[in-house]
Design a protein around this ligand. Sequence first.
Ligand code: TRP
Ligand code: SF4
Length: 330
Amino acid sequence: MTRKRILSGMRPTGRLHLGHLHGALGNWVDLQNSGSYDCFYFVADWHAITSEYASTESIRDNSINMVIDWLAAGLDPDKSTLFVQSAIKEHAELFLLLSMITPLAWLQRNPTYKEMQAELTSKDLSTFGFLGYPVLQAADIIMYKAYGVPVGVDQLPHIELTREIARRFNYLYQKDVFPVPEPLLTSVPKLLGIDGRKMSKSLDNSINLSDRGTELRQKIASMFTDPQRMRKKDPGNPDICNVFTFHGLYSPREVVAEINRSCRVAGIGCIDCKKMLSARIEEALAPVQERMDYYLSHLQEIHCIITDGNARATKIARQTMEEVREAVKI
Ligand code: TRP
Ligand code: SF4
């Protein structure tokens, strides 16, 4: 029995945070541990350059640190193939060939493209590479003939484009080289950063997997709660409190129920509620940080893991490219 192959990637943006853990990364670990899939996870470092081309100096370190965070979170190189996009030059060749067959209009109407260009006004994203981002992503995915791609909803337009590109290739060259991949949607609890906005590194409001001790406690102590609750004697509303959302993920059900009750009648105060949360998160992150510390002091092992993953990925990429060149007759 061959297991279905799944593939996903992340841009190396620096240390990962709890938003990543409860979003994509946790799902990656679960899919790996389910034993039902042959998992490929990669560092999308070329994708990082599409927006960071003017300051690439941290991409290498970020890539290594991200792999460390993956392993800390529970990805296991004996079960999953972990690799780095830029080490597999075949991605560039397939990207080139796919770019030949992708109509410009498909890229120009991509909502993610339009949004990012509107949002990241500090960067000039009117480049060829940035417009071609989804074509490179399509190459990443179909190179491995992935059956499924675990992603969040924000990535759906990219997966849809990948499907269209795969179909177009098969049609143009009259050969079913590429299976059409399915998105495997991750349902993500809405976790906000400490300031109540979406948790994000660039907003400097994240709780990182590496946060511990005083720093972690201070971050949690500064979290926004129910804005209507000014004083301890005011009743609160856990339904709109981000601290409570985190309790839902980190505290036992009885504790969550008790906070839910007590907050509404001004029983428990926010300071105590946050202290309880700090203790739970510290406890949950302890084994993650233990693995993180191990790898930080065994960097050579990280390099071996990546080299090994790259070799496994290369093997498949080479095979696919032979079929592709054959189909294209080049
Ligand atoms: N675009 C994805 C993101 O921003 C990263 C990515 C690149 C990716 N290539 C991929 C995800 C292939 C899944 C499959 O998160
Ligand atoms: Fe939020 Fe807890 Fe304060 Fe209630 S007591 S508002 S749940 S932090």
